[in-house]
Design a protein around this ligand. Sequence first.
Ligand code: BGC
Length: 364
Amino acid sequence: MRMFGKAGKAAAVAAIAALALTGCGRSEPSGGSSGSAAGFPQNSSIGVALPQKTSENWVLAEKLFNDGLNGAGFKADVQFANGGVSEQQNQISAMVTKGAKVIIVGAIDGSQLGTQLKQAKDAGATVIAYDRLLLNTDNVDYYVAYDNFKVGVLQGQALLDGMKAKKPTGPYNIELFAGSPDDANAKVFFNGAMSVLKPKIDDGTLKVVSGQNSFEQAVTQGWKAENAQRRMDTLLSGSYTSANLDGVLSPNDTLARAILTSVKAAGKPIPVVTGQDSEVESVKSIMAGEQYSTINKDTRKLVEHAITMVKDLQAGKKPEVNDDKSYNNGNKVVPAYLLEPVIVTSANVKTAYTDDPVLGPITK
Ligand code: BGC
């Protein structure tokens, strides 16, 4: 996987500067080589290719896309690819054949859709990467997501804060978990967290007792709870028979709960465990004093912005972006609209979700 995300920011900026010097630079976002400038009929088909149901946010997105797009007069074609990458490839091809004017993609593997995205662009559709970046392709026009690097930074900081609150001085024993290596976000989350944790590992404040501190060692295939639970079981029996585990970096709530299940089954004291997604059971766990933190990335706002982009394209307008330098997909810097993630711990859990119809009542 090539460099992208904020870690690649400097390189991306340099690349843009070099292009501009040679006169080949694109000074403004590429808004779909065709289709977008002229707009398209209101009742057009809009494809939404979602990955597997690996967390609640995707399930909610399906409903919100269907309701929002159909409600705005478009024909929503929303598909999950529970069968894997080839199913998602076929779904995107079918969306192109059905004449979708915009294809919104939450990729299982952002680097495996090159052929289908080219088909989409050749047919005049605009391609929007949703939540996860599409990698190593020119055929993506926009990216809409929560700032993934910032998610990681917030997780890393929460891990430190949580451990410090329990025990004012280190050293602290920790273990690191990352998401699925085929998901472009997983490495960005990890890099964000490590931007906070690595200096503390280097100065001895933090000790990864297992020694497994690289992304490759920390990954959780398919974002599957059972894989995280199994790895935690192994880490506990291998490295924590006598040592105390103070904290675990978990990239999302599903994995956080699996890690907590493993720790409890081993009869160990509960460490500080981070998360992401504000899943119902994790928010309850934070309120009960078990999981330490989650991240609020309101799916309603993300889907709403993606649909705003579709409406702009339909009207022949260029969609608004607020970041044209951070997300280099290996081939181009994808113009992005990034939303701000918010850290949630027991300190703010009662106020974080006041306008959320599901979490609001639970956290009152
Ligand atoms: C999303 C996370 C989610 C994970 C697993 C990521 O790409 O950004 O919110 O927890 O996928 O579904």
